[in-house]
Design a protein around this ligand. Structure first.
Ligand SMILES: [Fe+2]
Ligand SMILES: [Fe+2]
Length: 463
């Protein structure tokens, strides 16, 4: 049985698994923490970040050619070698821009949930590991942002400079609520709750919905509350896109109150870990090939490789909490199970329900990227006129080509990995365990039909 430091009476009735299993979970967390502390991958990333200079890396591929924007499209076939290099570099910047946003979710929710686990005396090593992971994510995020920024600035030139100053694109773009700043980003906007609503939300969650677990209320959230700060929530990254901000604030309070829902966060973190690993593993393989042949290793490729190694610890932690640790706590109520399943269902809908024809290994529909592709075609990389850009956009998005098949291949691998990993999580609905929304999004025909509709709408907005 585990010991609750704040409610000793809870210790005898809390766990649904044997003492042996609980001890095993604690031991695993201790081993992960020790190994992670002994590693130096984050330090290597920091150094690569500090010394990064785009021009010293610009003549080399940063990953296999298939890890390039627009790979497999008719435009890629005709692109010059310098354009192909640019697409390879911009793919790295795009993927890691999204990775940085998702890791910012981890920075927040690692702290929120560690504040819950700390209410139990046995999980100190786990909490220390979460603190270490949070610190590592901050360095990862910095490297991804800085290296991505320098890359985009070098390749997209004044187009990108304007965006950094926050100027808008065209009237049409403003109508769509999109600015240049958002090239190849994945956002959802929402309005914050008022102070009164926040107080009500904390009250309803702690006193009504999860009242039996209010003693586990996250120390981290309690401290924010004492400072008069609002309930934190993010509107980017995998979690940040699942719902408008007020719902995410509600989610934060739930994860910061119920040990079961604190564990649920690690199911979403596990999905994010696997989503990143799905392409990052390819970078790491390429790194090893170059290393074996004694060839020059571009800094972004080295960052990907060391990130994969750092993330191996994080994935172990996610897996432990998502698949095992939740059993150490009381069985979830119907409400907790519902919220957990709804979250996983939304995660499938938002980030895994399509196939991109222009960004390999991205499982979303291309409608949200139309403007980004259009801008890319008009940027110094391709220098196309409005008309040319629209024509090529149509060719690349609305007809079958190898790019769709490549993303489909990555899709199938991730789908079978997630199904295998979610199989033992018994509280999941079968549609979540089987990833049925993701499975039904794995259709090239559907992706093209969606793109045809999205392109029609886009071309009317832009002309
Ligand atoms: Fe990371
Ligand atoms: Fe991580």
């Amino acid at each position: 049985m585990i010991n609750a430091t704040k409610d000793p009476g809870l210790a005898n009735k809390i766990s649904t698994v044997s003492d042996g299993k609980v001890k095993k979970h604690i031991k695993l967390a201790e081993i992960t923490y020790r190994r992670n502390t002994e590693s130096d991958f984050t330090e290597k990333i920091e150094e690569l970040d500090r010394n990064f200079n785009y021009s010293s890396n610009s003549d080399y591929y940063w990953g296999e050619p298939e890890l390039s924007l627009l790979y497999g499209t008719p435009l890629y076939e005709q692109a010059s070698s310098s354009q192909k290099l640019a697409l390879n570099h911009l793919y790295w910047a795009t993927q890691y821009n999204q990775t940085a946003a998702t890791e910012a979710n981890a920075v927040l929710y690692n702290q929120v949930t560690a504040g819950v686990f700390r209410a139990f005396s046995d999980y100190e090593a786990l909490c220390q590991e979460l603190d270490l992971e949070t610190a590592q994510e901050r360095h990862h995020i910095h490297a991804f942002h800085m290296m991505g920024y320098k890359t985009k600035k070098a390749l997209l030139g004044s187009t990108f400079n304007t965006s950094i100053q926050g100027k808008s694109y065209k009237k049409n773009d403003l109508r769509r609520g999109v600015t240049r700043r958002q090239i190849f980003t994945f956002n959802m906007l929402g309005s914050p709750l008022s102070g009164f609503q926040e107080t009500a939300l904390r009250f309803v969650t702690n006193k009504v919905i999860l009242r039996k677990q209010a003693h586990c209320y996250s120390q981290y959230l309690r401290e924010l509350e004492e400072k008069g700060e609002s309930i934190p929530a993010q509107t980017t990254g995998l979690l940040g896109q699942l719902a408008p901000r007020p719902f995410l604030q509600f989610f934060t309070v739930n994860c910061g109150t119920s040990p079961f829902l604190a564990c649920l966060f690690y199911v979403t973190r596990f999905m994010a870990n696997m989503l990143i690993k799905n392409y990052e593993y390819r970078y790491s393989q390429y790194y090893r090939e170059l290393e074996k042949q004694g060839e020059f290793i571009p800094a972004p490729l080295a960052v990907s490789h060391y990130h994969l190694l750092d993330e191996a610890f994080h994935t172990t932690t996610s897996q432990l909490i998502a698949r095992e640790l939740y059993k150490d706590f009381p069985k979830p109520t119907a409400y907790e199970k519902f919220l957990a399943n709804l979250t996983i269902y939304r995660a499938q809908v938002v980030v895994l329900s399509g196939l991109s024809g222009g960004i390999p290994a991205i499982f979303r529909q291309d409608d949200t990227f139309m403007l980004s592709f259009y801008r890319l075609l008009q940027s110094p990389v391709f220098n196309m006129s409005d008309r040319e850009a629209l024509q090529w956009l149509q060719k690349c998005m609305c007809q079958e080509h190898d790019g769709f098949h490549l993303t489909f291949k990555y899709h199938q691998r991730l789908l079978s990995d997630l199904r295998r990993l979610f199989e033992p999580i018994h509280y999941l609905w079968s549609g979540n365990r089987q990833m049925s929304v993701m499975a039904s999004g794995g259709s090239i025909d559907k992706a093209i039909q969606n793109n045809i509709k999205a392109f029609e709408q886009f071309s009317q907005t832009i002309t």
